[in-house]
Design a protein around this ligand. Sequence first.
Ligand SMILES: Cc1cc2nc3c(=O)[nH]c(=O)nc-3n(C[C@H](O)[C@H](O)[C@H](O)COP(=O)(O)O)c2cc1C
Length: 145
Amino acid sequence: MTTPPPMISPELLERVVNASVDGIVVAEREGNEDILIYVNQGFEHLTGYSAEDILYRDCRFLQNGDNQQPGLDRLRKALAAGETCKEVIRNYRKDGSMFWNELSITPVHNDEDHLLYFIGIQKDVTDLVEAQQELEKLKSRLEND
Ligand SMILES: Cc1cc2nc3c(=O)[nH]c(=O)nc-3n(C[C@H](O)[C@H](O)[C@H](O)COP(=O)(O)O)c2cc1C
């Protein structure tokens, strides 16, 4: 049986991935770090960092030292176990401004089930989180009146 031709060329795939407003990154495990080997343009726009700034670094620089967050504890456990996870955490752009990052991480294995890479998707959910926080404030004000 012959293999069917690919439906999408690598060039078109890269163009499509770059067109995403969400960040899409690929990281490779090296020791106890997951170093970035690919970031799309959505990631560059979202964070203000260019690919040259951050390739071969672990993504934790986006936390700017704000690394005691419940979502991060769950994320660390999932990464250590090689499991998929989705958490909303505080991150900081190159200019220091904060945004809420809905981060999903998925491990990618090869045919022999060896862990090869992680794919990460970063979505700016700041408006949503701030609206939820505002709602909580209004609710507690109503309850206390
Ligand atoms: C593919 C991938 C993408 C990641 N993206 C982010 C990110 O956007 N923001 C972030 O704060 N951490 C991100 N992380 C998590 C950090 O790289 C790091 O694994 C995490 O902070 C746990 O390490 P630590 O215990 O040194 O903090 C990502 C990890 C992986 C594997």
